[in-house]
Design a protein around this ligand. Structure first.
Ligand code: SF4
Length: 414
């Protein structure tokens, strides 16, 4: 049965029924941490990357005039995106270095494909490029949780539409136009972990694969199988550092314990590990955000993603959007943790809203698309405007049309 018919009284009763759960922290703590590199060591890595970028640029553009033109475009683009507000650290996992989630490791062939595709957008070149940087594939309607902010709420726990064969067709379609990253989501994607593992194993030479999970079913065995298959990263949703508050937000006892367990197995297997957190109006304070960042650092994750609540799905018709001063606070925290020396050993904060407000949106077929649990395109997880299906032959035209229409709130990134 879908969750759609719940009333406000049901909601209150459900929230009140969630009881605190005993947690054995010793057994669910990761044994290592994902290191952030800051200052001179980061600059050294960055110089090495710039040298490699220069080689790629020379190979692609060849003539001095074209090289100068592309360098000029890169400078303008960088200033438009970040101004003086660059992120001054990277996350090191073994010999791999990550600058953001959903951007491949600096040392990988996929990073060169990503770079080449970004260059092609600025100044077309002869090499085949990736049409998309990131696709969210919502492969299941099933989920045992009942989260306060769930944007798939209206589809949740209805009859499944996407078959195993459909998952393969969708990935093949995406890879035929080039997609650097594919992130499995849902519902709870770990309910289809065998199919995910098989798909990652089969297709990981042309895209990096990610899982976005509540932590449910992220067992030691499943994590090991995903590692063997070649998964790149895991994003675990944690919406409060306090166990009971998280369980109440997710309306599910034990969901905090599952989330921390997933973080442990993700870090222990060297997946790029992020926690994604919805900053509600009640939590948009400096005190809360500092506490949450200390919690994330102690967990050992490389990245923390800030999400702003939007009035869709379970939050539809609710007054959940942050106020301007709260958005300013999020931006202030984002910049200080990513740039200031005193926060050097904290995870990197990923905050799409910061860039959206300055340079436009990368979703809506620009660089990113969201495919819902029916296989249909939506502009992004939060804009519930449907387009055609990724399973249709003319899916690429649909992506181009979404891009032409662009994001109705922020417009398109260049
Ligand atoms: S875990 Fe994800 S899909 Fe499940 S209810 Fe929460 S937000 Fe929705």
């Amino acid at each position: 049965m879908s969750h759609v018919q719940t009333t406000e009284a049901d909601e209150l009763a459900l929230k009140a029924s969630i009881q605190p759960v005993d947690i054995d922290y010793a057994s669910i703590r990761a044994t290592k941490k994902q290191a952030t590199v800051f200052g001179a060591p980061k600059r050294k890595l960055h110089r090495r990357r710039l040298l490699k970028n220069a080689i790629v640029i020379l190979r692609l553009y060849r003539t001095p005039g074209r090289v100068l033109r592309i360098l000029n475009s890169i400078r303008k683009r960088r200033n438009a995106i970040a101004g003086g507000n660059n992120v001054y650290k990277v996350v090191s996992i073994g010999q791999r270095h990550f600058w953001r989630i959903n951007i491949p490791a600096w040392e990988s062939p996929l990073f060169d494909a990503f770079l080449s595709s970004e260059l092609h957008r600025l100044e077309p070149h002869h090499q085949k490029s990736h049409r998309l940087t990131l696709t969210y594939l919502a492969i299941t309607k099933k989920c045992p949780l009942k989260c306060e902010h769930c944007f798939e709420w209206d589809n949740l726990n209805q009859k499944e539409k996407i078959s195993s064969a459909n998952i393969h067709t969708m990935i093949e379609n995406l890879q035929s136009i080039g997609t650097t990253n594919i992130a499995f989501t849902g519902g709870e994607p770990m309910l289809r972990v065998q199919e995910i593992t098989h798909a990652v194993q089969k297709y990981n030479d042309r895209s990096a694969f990610w899982i976005i999970t509540s932590g449910f079913n992220f067992t030691e065995e499943n994590a090991a199988n995903l590692k063997a298959a070649g998964l790149t990263g895991v994003v675990v949703s944690i919406d409060h550092h306090d166990p009971h508050q998280h369980d109440v937000f997710r309306r599910t006892e034990g969901s905090y314990r599952d989330a921390l367990t997933a973080v442990k197995f993700s870090i222990d297997n060297d997946f790029v590990t992020a926690i994604s957190t919805c900053i509600t109006k009640a939590n948009a304070t400096r005190e809360y955000l500092d506490e949450f960042m200390r919690f994330a650092r102690d967990l050992g994750v490389g990245f923390v993603q800030f999400l702003e609540p939007q009035p869709v799905g379970h939050y539809a018709m609710k007054n959940v959007m942050l106020k301007p001063d709260q958005l300013n606070l999020l931006e202030e925290v984002f910049l200080s943790y990513n740039q200031e020396e005193s926060y050097r050993d904290f995870p990197i904060i990923v905050y799409h809203g910061y860039y959206q407000r300055r340079v436009g949106c990368m979703a809506s077929g620009n660089r990113m698309v969201y495919v819902d649990t029916n296989g249909d395109f939506m502009k992004c997880p939060f804009c519930h405007e449907k387009s055609g299906s990724l399973l249709d032959e003319n899916f690429e035209t649909t992506i181009d049309e979404m891009n032409t229409e662009s994001c109705s709130s922020f417009g398109s990134f260049g």
